[in-house]
Design a binder for this molecule. Structure first.
Ligand SMILES: NC(=O)c1ccc[n+]([C@@H]2O[C@H](COP(=O)([O-])OP(=O)(O)OC[C@H]3O[C@@H](n4cnc5c(N)ncnc54)[C@H](O)[C@@H]3O)[C@@H](O)[C@H]2O)c1
Length: 334
């Protein structure tokens, strides 16, 4: 599906984090819709390295890229020698998705180095190539700010959210210093859809609850889940935002949500409806202090400046995704 008039055929496209959830979907979007685009994926892929909480350091997975026909570079955005491998190319578009994406990593030094320091280098590459830069920010920049979360009213509450907030400030300054460059940051809300499975316990609750139900178990939810709301957005709408961000009315940082909030209970109910089960739910105490109970993106700026037009309801997204949820059920993550 075309989202605007840009013809990506014969263009050189860099996707950092292209072995991950959003990056790999983007790579296939270009491959399928613009068969003559030249796509380079740069990703460190997953290793056995873990953080102190046992979570993997990176989630890139080769299984996200089976049948991808572009180039793949296994490299670390923190490593200058690896980044120098990109000198051989002249990119027209850079989609910077690589990051420590796990919001529950609290090692501030490693998050800031990975997410922030590397961004200076990627911006330099964009400038040298005169490439359009579209990068991943996050709704985590808002912390517990009340809904609707609106650009300009940030208050990050974890190192991950802070790192993205600092990236946004860097982008803003870089944009002002280089008015000829297109630089757009996208604050994704809760994204779900195919190719997220390898994020393991950081994948969306849609697939996690789906697999619990397919195990024949009642989906496990925090007590009061009918009152905990998120702006869940299907991957296809995120791809639309990324493509539209290549031709913005003006540079900036834009929310990428549906503008509608739904509860975790809704997810469980829609899944049970799709899977034709009636397992009820198992409720347990939410162990997290200061848990955000309501997110809903204000998407006015994204509509006005990107032409963003999210189309997929939670019901439609889960319906499209359910075959893939079933296919992955019980398969190994490693
Ligand atoms: N999925 C969401 O709901 C969501 C929400 C807000 C923001 N984001 C942001 O969107 C981007 C993509 O997220 P995702 O859900 O696809 O996560 P993901 O973890 O699946 O993808 C990130 C990719 O970056 C790679 N990576 C990590 N560290 C790297 C390094 N040092 N060098 C090279 N590659 C590295 C990983 O291997 C992985 O493939 C991230 O920047 C994330 O912070 C995602």
């Amino acid at each position: 599906m075309m989202h605007n008039n840009i013809d990506f055929n014969n263009k050189d496209i860099l996707i950092t984090g292209g072995a991950g959830f959003i990056g790999s979907n983007l790579a296939f979007y270009f491959q399928e819709n613009f068969p003559n685009s030249r796509i380079v994926i740069f990703d460190c892929f997953r290793s056995t390295e873990v953080f102190s909480n046992g979570n993997l350091k990176s989630f890139g997975h080769y299984k996200n890229l089976i049948s991808f026909q572009g180039k793949i570079i296994c490299g670390n955005i923190n490593n200058q020698t690896d980044l120098a491998l990109l000198d051989d190319y002249k990119f027209d578009f850079i989609f910077h998705q690589a990051a420590i994406s796990d919001t529950r990593i609290y090692d501030q030094e490693v998050i800031m180095k990975t997410n922030v320091n590397s961004f200076y280098d990627l911006l330099k590459i964009a400038k040298k190539n005169q490439a359009v830069m579209v990068y991943a920010s996050s709704a985590a920049t808002y912390g517990n700010q009340p809904s609707p979360q609106t650009e300009g009213k940030e208050n990050p509450e974890n190192p991950y959210g802070y790192s993205k907030y600092i990236m946004d400030q860097i982008a803003d300054i870089y944009s002002k210093e280089n008015p000829d460059l297109t630089i757009v940051g996208l604050r994704y809300f809760n994204v779900y859809g195919p190719r997220e499975y390898y994020k393991a316990n950081t994948s969306s609750m849609v697939i996690q609850l789906g697999h619990q139900i397919l195990d024949g178990k009642a989906p496990r939810l925090f007590k009061g889940s009918d009152q905990i709301f998120r702006d869940f957005i299907y991957i296809d709408d995120v791809l639309q935002a990324i493509v539209k961000a290549c031709d913005p009315q003006q540079n900036g940082i834009y929310n990428v949500g549906t503008g509608v909030s739904r509860s975790f209970q809704d997810i469980a109910d829609i899944l049970q409806n799709e899977l034709k089960t009636d397992l009820g739910a198992e409720y347990f105490l939410n162990p997290h202090d200061g848990y955000q109970t309501h997110t809903q993106a204000n998407i006015i700026a994204s509509i006005n400046n990107l032409g963003f037009d999210p189309k997929v309801s939670l019901e439609q997204g889960i319906k499209s995704y359910i075959t893939e949820i079933k296919r992955l059920h019980g398969t190994e993550i490693i």
